[in-house]
Write a protein that binds this ligand. Sequence first.
Ligand SMILES: Cc1cc2nc3c(=O)[nH]c(=O)nc-3n(C[C@H](O)[C@H](O)[C@H](O)COP(=O)(O)OP(=O)(O)OC[C@H]3O[C@@H](n4cnc5c(N)ncnc54)[C@H](O)[C@@H]3O)c2cc1C
Length: 566
Amino acid sequence: MDKYSHDVIVIGGGAAGLRAAIEAASKSPKLSVAIVSKVYPMRSHTVSAEGGAAAAIKPDDNFDLHAYDTIKGSDFLADQDAVELFVRLAPREIIRLEHWGCPWNRDQEGKIDVRWFGGMSVKRTIHAADKTGFYLLHTLFQTSLKYDNIVRYDEYFVTSIIVENNRFCGITALSLRDGAFHFLKGKAAIIATGGAGQIYKFTTNGAINTGDGMALAYRIGVPLKDMEFVQFHPTCLPGSGILISEAARGEGGYLLNNKYERFLKNYVPTKMELGPRDIISRAIVNEIRLGNGFKGKHGDYVALDLRHLGEEKIEEKLPQIRELAKTFVGIDPVNELIPVRPGQHYFMGGVHVDLNTSTPVAGLFAAGEASCVSINGANRLGSNSLPECLVFGAISGEHAAKFAIEHDYCNVAYENIQIEEKRIFDQLLKKESGIAPAEIKYKLKETMEEKVGILRNEKELLEACREVEKLKEMFKNVSAGDKTMIFNTDIVEILELDFMLDVAEAVAYSALYRKESRGAHYRTDYPERNDKEYLAHTLVYKTREKPQIDYLPVKITKWQPAERKY
Ligand SMILES: Cc1cc2nc3c(=O)[nH]c(=O)nc-3n(C[C@H](O)[C@H](O)[C@H](O)COP(=O)(O)OP(=O)(O)OC[C@H]3O[C@@H](n4cnc5c(N)ncnc54)[C@H](O)[C@@H]3O)c2cc1C
């Protein structure tokens, strides 16, 4: 076992992780900052973000407007102090990215351009064509290279977080290149491991989004917050789940049923295609149930019509959408309809943190999609996640650096590290025969898709909780077909599946206990929002038995909860 020491350890090299590392490293050249990522940072899911990043930068916009849109979008579950902080800092981050070289689209005056996005009252989404994540991540990555005090551990898979007396001490990681097991000692750490879309069958998320950081925190006693709020994006390609960005509707695209009607007039009449994602996804499910969907080999779908935008606009503003439609469904949106249906897209919930991104464990912070501050409440507005990664990534970097300056390393009991090493090499890797991870994973994805999806009810949620428990039992007999040390993807799959089972458990139980409908959590048996009992965040704790659920009041500053109409 090798041992290394760093003042700040950032787990994850996506938007939140890179932004955090830059901030921490810039606080003092004496601080050693490590970025540990299971993939090369530029392969993080952030790279696939398409539509853009929201910030109030235009004269017709202001902080209160962005805050209220976000809070209303969240179905009043967002913490309003967090939202106010977020909207105030988002423009600064956008300009900073501009100075670091991000090629934002320009308007006719040469200023940063904005486009429409769902649930927003004004055009607010800053973008770089429809490949925003790619440009944003490149900008952060190249900026991180300027800091000599940032050390990268690329293709290192974090397997556990070591905590003693409620204080962060370090992490254990497998180097995927040679299978070596390492202990990285740290004064502070930031979990920036992104979402967990892979627990669903039909998702826009990359294969690496397995919720590792959420499970890592859950296992050391940190609660996960609002895990029942899972966002389904209305427009994904049937079959592959590839995302057709909301930018397509932001630029004027229509949704049509099989009668070629813009059916959203019956669901979100004032906003139509620019309604929030939770309502539009449910509208599509309803249209399909009413028999108003088109028939396809991957099931029923509705259509996204971009034809009226014309080739020039599609090429200028939505080139990637055109490319994706051509490559993956063989149609050209310039003159054909794109088939779409809702798919899992984003986790509003995550590791419970406060406004400083601190978890309840001293020295441990979390930011980005893995965390829950919460600004997204029960439903995130499109284009609020990238700026959230920037704003709270920077805050986490600042606070982790401060913590590292003020504290020393803690004394670690090395037996705890050896227990983890044995778990991986003796229990998981060496087992001669058993169940293939793919078998358990398939069942897990199917259960989550069918029973913890867009429409939920008590009976199916209970069944899902039991099924996840059964799969956890099966997991005890999981075995890796490949026993070698170099790039052993079998062991990675097993470790990820273990994390996915914990995350799925947290989602299913949180959903079971919330007996109301709010934002993305829709209970057919409790169709109304119930502020009297549930204007509160869910906290779920891991125990030896079934998960324990607790609630935390929502922070309201100046916007009282009201009926959410569009
Ligand atoms: C297709 C798609 C399009 C999107 N478009 C938009 C958009 O236009 N606007 C918007 O605001 N949001 C968008 N989103 C959401 C947004 O992109 C994500 O929420 C955000 O990029 C997450 O960034 P992150 O830094 O939190 O995590 P990620 O970018 O997912 O990075 C996670 C990092 O953690 C590392 N990691 C994970 N587990 C481990 C482990 N066990 N050990 C070591 N490292 C680990 C990974 O290697 C990776 O580097 C989109 C999402 C998708 C899927």
